[in-house]
Design a protein around this ligand. Structure first.
Ligand code: ATP
Length: 250
C-alpha cells in the first residue's frame, strides 16, 4: 500500500494515572479494507478505540484521518470528519421503522452518524434511496417496515452498522460486532462486514479468531498496551510471538 491510510496512529501513548494503557502504538488502516484488532483481555483494544474516537486524550503520538491530524480534535468533530463508531442498540429509534432509521442516518440526523460538513444533506427522497440500497446489503429488506425495536438482536446490530454506513463515513469502527450472537447472526454479520470492505473502511475489535481470520485484510495483534504484530491473517496466525500470546488458542 502506497496510498495515504484512511486512518493512522503513530506512536500513540495513553495513561490512566500512572498505568500505561497504550505504549507507542502505530496503526495503518487502509481505505476499502477490513482491519481487525485482536489481543487478550486488557491488551488495550478498547483504549485504542477510545483514543481514536477522542474519548481519551493520548499522552503522546499522533492520529490522522485521511491524512488530516485529528489528535486534538473533539470527539463530535471527529464524527463529522468521517469517523463513525457503531454503538449498542440503544442508539436506534425503537418506535420508527427500519427504513426510517436508515433514512435519518443518511440525512445525518443522528449524533453518532453525522454527515461531514462538505457533504450536501440529502433530501428526503435521496435519503430513502440510500436507505433502500442499504436494506438489501444488510439483509433487512424483509423487515424494512417493522419498528426497529421489534427486530431480533442480530438484526438490530446489523441495522446499527447500516446506520453508520448511511452517513458515508471515511472509517467505521465496530466494537465486538458479533458479541452475544448465535451462529446464524454471526454468519450474517460477518457476511456484512466482508461485503462492507469492498467500498468502506472497517476497523473492528473481535475476540473470535475464526471470524478474524476469515474476513480481515489486515490484523493488528495487541498485548499489554503494545502492538505485537500487524499483517495479513496468515502471517499473523503463523507468528511465533502471537502463538505464544494466545497459548495455542488459535
Ligand atoms: P478486553 O478484551 O477485556 O475488553 P481490552 O484489550 O479492550 O480488554 P482495555 O479495556 O483497553 O483492554 O484495558 C487495558 C488496560 O487498561 C486494562 O488493564 C484495564 O484494566 C486498564 N483500564 C481501562 N480503563 C481504565 C481506566 N479508566 N482507568 C484505569 N485503568 C483502566
Amino acid at each position: 500500500h502506497t496510498a495515504e491510510p484512511a486512518l493512522a496512529a503513530d506512536g500513540l501513548g495513553v495513561r490512566y494515572g500512572s498505568f500505561v494503557a497504550l505504549k507507542d502504538v502505530t496503526l495503518r488502516v487502509h481505505a476499502n479494507s477490513v482491519h481487525a484488532i485482536i489481543g487478550p483481555n486488557g491488551a488495550g483494544k478498547t483504549t485504542l478505540f477510545h483514543a481514536l474516537t477522542g474519548r481519551v486524550r493520548p499522552a503522546s503520538g499522533r492520529i490522522t484521518l485521511g491524512g488530516r491530524d485529528i489528535t486534538r480534535t473533539r470527539d463530535d468533530d471527529r464524527v463529522r470528519l468521517g469517523l463513525a463508531r457503531s454503538f449498542q442498540v440503544t442508539s436506534l429509534f425503537a418506535t420508527l421503522s427500519v427504513r426510517e432509521n436508515l433514512r435519518l442516518a443518511a440525512q445525518g440526523r443522528t449524533p453518532w452518524a453525522a454527515l461531514a460538513p462538505w457533504r450536501r444533506v440529502p433530501d428526503r427522497d435521496a435519503a430513502l434511496d440510500t436507505a433502500d440500497a442499504l436494506l438489501a446489503r444488510l439483509d433487512l429488506a424483509g423487515v424494512a417496515g417493522r419498528p426497529a425495536g421489534e427486530l431480533s438482536h442480530g438484526q438490530q446490530r446489523r441495522l446499527e452498522v447500516g446506520m453508520a454506513m448511511a452517513a458515508r463515513p471515511r472509517v467505521i469502527l465496530l466494537d465486538e460486532p458479533t458479541s452475544g450472537m448465535g451462529t446464524d447472526d454471526i454468519g450474517a454479520m460477518t457476511d456484512l462486514i466482508r461485503d462492507l470492505g469492498r467500498d468502506h473502511t472497517v476497523l473492528f475489535i473481535e475476540h473470535n479468531m475464526g471470524i478474524v481470520m476469515n474476513i480481515s485484510d489486515t490484523v493488528t495483534v495487541m498485548r499489554a498496551g503494545e502492538v505485537l504484530v500487524e499483517g495479513r491473517p496468515a502471517e499473523v496466525r503463523d507468528d511465533p510471538e502471537v502463538r505464544r500470546a494466545y497459548l495455542g488458542n488459535m
